[in-house]
Design a protein around this ligand. Structure first.
Ligand SMILES: C[S@@+](CC[C@H](N)C(=O)[O-])C[C@H]1O[C@@H](n2cnc3c(N)ncnc32)[C@H](O)[C@@H]1O
Length: 394
């Protein structure tokens, strides 16, 4: 691998090293409790010494009625072997290599210390006393390695926060192996065509606790350029990220509820795009209840999406198989910058565009030979239809 490429990869790998807090895991996981009974749970991007996913399932093993918990650790992690140890377990077998990849398999958590509760001290006791609970892997613990895929075969549900840089591949593997899953990912992943396809086909949807800001524990040398996104508590560094979503194919009550529609359609409030056959709905909460045709909604709509209420036709990105085709292409388009200067307006042909009569103040807009006004472009939109109004055979 060329030096530059190796460096890019190493940086990407380093950026993947952020750890989910127990509070965020508990907040989401409590909504699915009944769906874990009798199940084999696999956390396949989780060093048991540092992952709160392992901690959550180990602590709740009996409460959830799990059949088995499997956790694998990745030795390619830039911080493997220098764990942050939220579990407080500072112990590995003596013959452990410097960058170990190991797995933990738990089939029961007895009350080893006899205190009447099942907690982490019981799990630690189990790991120390039972030689088959923690074993070294042959390979590096990559979720794509044959031994991890064999473990995946055993699993009913996969739950983790996987490396965001490998999100597409990660989800593709889960789908290929027909697994149930609940995983964290960046909201942006909705705009990956592989993921959008699954959402459109109703094979993946969003969980409960999406959006907002979540704090993740990061190694000391994690590079964060924005001061307001760093906090240090008890000597531990945290990094805040917005727009983190849960992606799942476990059933949720939310996806059967949908949005309460209260707005009546008016052409002035919901203008028709100039270049797509759809109206603009800039806030999903405002979706009109009585509009039969195509509506362009922001991707945050998916957080409230009920597939019985709406059908997804596609999106507006100017490319690929999900594209709802534009009805118009602009000729000789120019971009007008806030300072009045003009530049090449090629981009105006990639997204949904609204035609306005008055020159928009202080923002970028476009003009074109075949447009009778000023063109204002919205962000990418998902095009949906209301199924109750009869035309949603999507
Ligand atoms: C975003 S972190 C989350 C860690 C942990 N799941 C959590 O939520 O706290 C992603 C983890 O995946 C690991 N990882 C990166 N590439 C991997 C791979 N190919 N196979 C398995 N794990 C990998 C990283 O080392 C990192 O610990």
């Amino acid at each position: 691998m060329a030096g530059k490429e190796a460096l890019i990869r190493a940086n990407r790998a380093k950026n993947d090293e952020f750890y989910t807090q127990l509070v965020d895991i508990e907040k989401e996981l409590r909504r699915y409790k009944d769906q874990f009974r009798g199940k084999v749970v696999f956390c396949n991007c989780d060093d048991p010494y540092e992952s709160n996913f392992f901690k959550y399932f180990a602590m709740n093993f009996n409460h959830l009625g799990l059949k088995k918990l499997i956790t694998t650790c990745y030795s390619g992690s830039p911080i493997a072997g220098e764990q942050l140890s939220p579990l407080g377990i500072e112990w590995l077998p003596e013959d452990t290599p410097p960058q170990p990849a190991y797995k933990v398999e738990i089939v029961e958590v007895p009350d080893a210390d006899g205190d009447g509760a099942f907690d982490l001290s019981d799990v630690e006791h189990l790991i120390r006393q039972e030689p088959n609970v923690l074993t070294l892997l042959d390979g590096d613990g990559d979720f794509r390695s044959p031994e991890c895929i064999a473990l995946l075969g055993e699993a009913d549900v996969v739950v983790t926060n996987p490396p965001f840089s490998l999100f597409r591949e990660y989800v593709a593997q889960l789908v290929e192996h027909d697994k149930l899953f609940l995983i964290l990912g960046n909201q942006n992943a909705i705009t990956y065509s592989e993921i959008f396809k699954l959402i459109k086909e109703d094979r993946v949807w969003l969980g409960y606790d999406n959006g907002g800001t979540k704090w993740f524990r990061v190694p000391e040398d994690y590079n964060i350029t924005t001061e307001s996104r760093i906090k240090v508590e008890d000597g531990i560094k945290y990094f805040s990220m917005g727009n983190i979503n849960w992606f799942t194919n476990l059933d949720t009550t939310k996806r059967h509820e949908g949005i309460t529609l209260y707005k009546r359609y008016t052409p002035s409030e919901f203008p028709h795009y100039d270049n797509y056959d759809a109206i603009e709905v800039s806030r999903y909460a405002d979706t009109p209840y009585d509009f039969e045709g195509n509506m362009g909604v922001p991707i945050t709509f998916l957080d409230k999406y009920n597939p019985e209420q709406f059908g997804i036709l596609g999106w507006t990105r100017g490319r690929d198989e999900f594209e709802v085709r534009p009805t118009k292409r602009y000729v000789n388009a120019r971009q007008v910058n806030p300072d009045g200067t003009e530049s090449n307006g090629g981009k105006v042909n990639t997204g949904p565009t609204l035609l306005v009569n008055d020159r928009p103040p202080k923002c970028t807009f476009y003009v074109a030979d075949n447009a009778d006004g000023y063109l204002v472009q919205t962000y990418m939109r998902i095009i949906v239809r209301n199924r109750a109004l009869g035309k949603a055979s999507v």
